[in-house]
Design a protein around this ligand. Structure first.
Ligand code: SF4
Ligand code: SF4
Length: 80
């Protein structure tokens, strides 16, 4: 679940600045470092060009896997 830049990326560098794990390099914005990426999807949300995406097949597989667990709304719990 590591997003990549596809067509439409204009090399603006916003995803590089906003990635909390410093997983994207300004010299190579298309790929993220798989060892650093925490799959938070912030780069996808902040990309003004809508160019950052995850593999559709992988996303579908994850959605299918968590469908049951996410089918019922749960109350927030705070662990101290
Ligand atoms: S998903 Fe999160 S951690 Fe991974 S590259 Fe994007 S912003 Fe960085
Ligand atoms: S924020 Fe989007 S357009 Fe800008 S460098 Fe990252 S992927 Fe490319």
């Amino acid at each position: 679940m590591v997003p990549k830049a596809e067509d439409g990326c204009n090399q603006c560098g916003i995803c590089v600045k906003k990635c909390p794990a410093e997983a994207i390099s300004l010299n190579h914005v298309q790929e993220a470092d798989e060892k650093k990426c925490i799959s938070c999807m912030r780069c996808v949300v902040v990309c003004p060009a809508g160019a950052r995406k995850i593999n559709a097949a992988a996303a579908a597989a994850v959605a299918q896997k968590i469908e049951k667990a996410c089918s019922v709304r749960k109350r927030n719990e705070l662990y101290c």
